[in-house]
Design a protein. Structure first.
Length: 205
């Protein structure tokens, strides 16, 4: 009887240790596998029509060992890009993101609306535009460059792209390059005199 009790007690202790260790291990692996930035984006208070379909992509290292982490999210919205951009910008402002007016936002002119945001150690790029609607190939032939008129009615809604980077890895947070005189036609720092030392002051005799 004593041996049976010891065996049962040992089994209970072993099961308890396994459960106590398995639960933290599960949540630890889940935390490492899931980037918390995506959890923050999930908490944005946007209506369901503005997040009909979401695709996430991540690259780089969370600890910036070689390349810092880049989080990219693509979302399909059921309404036009102007209304979609308004709800996303309002949601970002409510969540503590601040509008960031900086050069190279965007790098080049794009369709739709492109805004930049900052919060703590992160920067965020928000691009909302019309969807890219390309009809599928027909009989193995490549799709035409422009969709036919019947398919144009099915191409509705908008597309949202969100890019989140670490501020230290965002080159726009550093000093911006100075103006190139060859582009402006004038030198912003003109030379006042040919003599680099200027006119010397005579010392009293």
């Amino acid at each position: 009887m004593r041996e049976r009790r010891r065996l049962r007690l040992g089994i209970l202790v072993l099961v308890s240790l396994v459960l106590l260790g398995a639960v933290p291990l599960y949540f630890g692996i889940r935390t490492l596998a899931r980037d918390p930035v995506f959890d923050t984006l999930d908490e944005l208070n946007v209506p369901g029509w503005a997040a009909a379909k979401t695709v996430d992509n991540v690259s780089g290292s969370r600890w910036c060992l070689e390349d810092c982490r880049l989080r990219e999210r693509t979302v399909e919205s059921q309404k036009a890009w102007k209304e979609t951009a308004q709800v996303y910008e309002a949601a970002l402002a409510r969540d503590g993101w601040q509008r960031w007016k900086v050069g190279r936002c965007p790098e080049q002119k794009v369709k739709g609306t492109y805004t930049c945001w900052r919060r703590d150690e992160l920067t965020l790029d928000l691009w909302v535009r019309d969807p890219t609607c390309v009809p599928p190939p027909v009989n193995g032939e490549p799709a035409p460059s422009a969709p036919p008129s019947p398919a144009a009615g099915k191409c509705t809604g908008s597309l949202v792209s969100v890019k989140v980077r670490n501020a230290i890895d965002d080159e726009r947070t550093g000093p911006q390059p100075s103006t190139d005189p060859s582009l402006t036609g004038e030198d912003p720092f003109p030379t006042l005199t040919d003599d680099p030392l200027g006119e010397l002051t005579r010392s009293p005799s």
